[in-house]
Design a protein around this ligand. Structure first.
Ligand code: MOS
Length: 683
């Protein structure tokens, strides 16, 4: 009878494989013009001149927008981290990083706009730039403390001094790019003082609020739709440059304008993960019990906007230790503003922590699995709060059983198969769970169906299908009676598809609305707003958990690493749809593999410009990189959240890179403290 918990294929799957599903750049709009973006090619300085007359008379060109004629924007506009300078496009001649939009060329067709954009002469007065990140950079300062605040519990120095074994190492991760399959695209037009837009983003409501502030409108004057989204990975969480520029052009040219970033522009002008450089010190007794964990990551940000790469989140919750100290340092540089990407903070942070734990196991002569089991905490090691539900041990034990961990000889460089070295590794991980205020409206229709309206977004993850099941169970009817409306800013305030909190936040609102509707005899229309009910949630440590196991082969002649097996066991609350939850965590694990072996945004230190802003130079793991991958869920339930859901958005990504790095050490005896694990780092 229940729909939640049953494997169901995507509702829109057929539309997607037959090409009927429309993404932002596919939706037909009458009278459409096209904008092509021109990006700055210097890393710091000022625009000296943009010679608009050189392209004004090219065929089909309608005009050029730059800082001289662009509509003025409200400088207070921002998002999660407060006012955000990266939204202030075309407001002055200042170039804060290479890749900053300097102009939009608008023409009758996409091709004419792109040809004119390429022909547009832009000259600059260059200024010295600083784009090279180091942990001890003089500009470094304490990171903002919106979350992942510094902690200092116990006496870290004394515990390290008393420890039998101390690990003291640095771990580095590079810039990485979200690289969603669908490039960012927006189409915008004005109906009087109302702004209409179709945009590829992770949350039309939050994007509409930002856009309204930018253009000094009230939120109900802005209407954004999203339909299908071809992935976001964090880079579509913000009000993107494509949308701001399309809205400007729509106003200036009095017709709908579509702005689609090229693949290179997605790399150069949308959010990336910042490079990190993380100090970790861990001290333990000879029996493996942790005395101290000291984790001090530094990461880069831009001079334009605040951002927190919360690398120490796991450090505060994964293991019991007498003393824990964390501190985040942000280093502002003249670079593309970093933002959340695939398990933000947790993914690079867990690479450092879980690599260091493996080094500790080696030094202790201990099974890395046993080391983790021995340090299982009974309450939050820093917060002291009880765990809402914590099934990490179940993940570790069941994963080890399925993987065949018990036969492992823990000494490195012992297994060979022909010419190849073989090794295995594991990592534990967590990702915080929770929900944010959201609203949903349910209408009982006269034909016996229910229209469930919520401003949720389906990034390709299966949110539509999951929410249909949740609504059906909440209303105690079959899924065939649910008509789900999502992807529209007009459907009310709602949390975005991000932070692994989409399903939990939306399920909460839908469940409350359904209860109200049932309470009034299944008639009429009800709206629920969870702002108050969320406040009643007791304080707990809430996390999803995983244990990831990897087996790699390494060619000792070429240094080539191949991941042969990946196995993830997850404790992620109640699983709404086993088929899609498995797909989501497998996708996350492939992202982790990609992080371990391939992904690295490279910048030329002289020009400060990205040199691999394409899929030829920036490799993402493909099917051929992933021969055997297995993922499953242990029984788990989140007691604080309706339906018991924790969210599977990002937990799959976290931990995988460390499991692979640890396996490479096991195969070769060479520690991998910098990602990606390139050939030159293996030999
Ligand atoms: Mo995600 S990195 O919360 O979009």
């Amino acid at each position: 009878m229940n729909a939640v918990g049953v494997a169901q294929p995507r509702i829109e799957g057929r539309d997607k494989v037959t090409g009927a599903a429309r993404y932002a750049a596919d939706v037909p709009v009458p009278g459409l013009a096209f904008g092509a973006v021109v990006l700055a090619t210097v890393s710091r300085g000022r625009v000296r001149d943009i010679n608009v007359s050189a392209v004004q008379d090219m065929p089909g060109v309608l005009g050029v927008i730059d800082h001289r004629n662009a509509p003025r924007l409200d400088p207070k506009a921002g998002g999660f981290f407060g006012p955000d300078g990266q939204l202030q496009l075309l407001q002055d001649e200042v170039i804060p990083f290479a890749g900053r939009p300097v102009a939009l060329v608008v023409a009758e067709t996409l091709e004419l706009a792109q040809a004119a954009a390429e022909a547009l002469p832009v000259t600059y007065d260059e200024e010295p730039h600083d784009t090279v990140f180091t942990a001890d950079h003089p500009a470094g300062r304490p990171a903002a403390t919106l979350f992942d605040e510094p902690v200092n519990v116990g006496d870290v120095e004394a515990e390290l001094a008393a420890a039998s074994v101390v690990i003291d190492e640095r771990y580095r991760t590079p810039e990485e790019h979200c690289s969603a399959m669908e490039p960012h695209s927006a189409t915008a037009w004005w109906e009087g003082e109302r702004l209409e837009a179709i945009d590829s983003n992770q949350g039309p409501f939050t994007v509409a609020v930002t856009l309204a502030t930018l253009f000094s409108l009230s939120p109900d004057q802005v209407h954004i739709r999203t339909e299908h989204v071809g992935g976001g990975f964090g880079s579509k969480g913000l009000c993107g440059p494509q949308l701001i520029l399309a809205a400007m052009a729509g106003r200036l040219f009095g017709r709908p304008v579509r702005v689609t970033l090229t693949r290179a522009q997605v790399f150069l002008a949308t959010a990336m993960r910042p490079a990190t450089d993380q100090l970790i010190r861990i001290g333990a007794d000879a029996d493996g019990r942790l005395r101290a964990i000291w984790h001090e990551p530094a990461f880069e940000i831009s001079t334009l906007a605040e951002y927190i790469e919360g690398c120490t989140e796991l450090t505060k919750t994964l293991y019991a230790a007498r003393a824990i100290r964390t501190r985040l340092t942000a280093v502002p540089l003249d670079i593309l503003p970093p933002y959340s990407m695939r398990g933000p903070g947790a993914a690079p942070g867990s690479f450092a922590l879980e690599s260091a734990m493996d080094e500790l196991a080696e030094r202790l002569g201990m099974d890395p699995l046993e080391l983790r089991l021995r340090n299982e905490p009974v309450a939050g090691p820093v917060s002291g709060l009880p765990f809402s539900s914590r099934n990490l041990v179940a993940c570790l034990r069941e994963g080890a059983r399925r993987f065949g961990w018990d036969t492992r000889d823990h000494r490195p460089r012992l297994r060979r198969e022909g010419a190849l070295l073989v090794g295995t590794g594991l990592a534990a991980s967590s990702f915080s769970a929770g929900a944010f205020p959201s609203s949903a409206t349910i209408t009982a229709e006269t034909d016996g169906t229910f229209t469930v309206a919520i401003g949720a977004t389906d990034l390709g993850t299966g949110a539509r299908t999951a929410l249909t099941a949740i609504a059906a169970d909440a209303l105690k009817v079959g899924t065939e009676r649910i008509r789900l409306r999502i992807s529209d800013s007009g459907l009310g305030p709602v949390w975005s598809a991000g932070g692994s909190r989409g399903t939990t936040s939306w399920a909460w609102a839908i469940t409350e609305a359904a209860e109200k509707l049932r309470g009034q005899g299944y008639g009429g229309t009800v709206t629920a707003d969870t702002t108050r009910s969320l406040g009643d949630l007791p304080s707990r440590e809430r996390h999803a958990y995983s244990a990831v196991f990897a087996e790699v082969t390494v060619d000792p002649v070429t240094g080539e690493v191949r991941v042969r097996r990946l196995l993830g066991m997850f404790a992620a609350g109640r699983v709404v749809n086993p088929l899609m939850a498995r797909s989501q965590v497998i996708g996350g694990m492939i992202g982790g593999l990609s992080m371990a072996l391939h992904e690295e945004g490279l910048r030329d230190p002289v020009s400060g410009r990205h040199v691999n802003a394409d899929f030829a130079g920036y490799h993402i793991a493909a099917h051929a990189d992933v021969p055997d991958i297995e993922a499953d869920f242990v029984p788990d339930y989140e007691p604080g959240i309706p339906m018991g859901v924790k969210g599977v958005g990002e937990i799959g990504n976290v931990g995988t890179a460390a499991a692979i790095a640890n396996a490479v050490w096991h195969a070769t005896g060479v520690r991998q403290r910098s990602l990606p694990i390139r050939l030159d780092r293996v030999l």
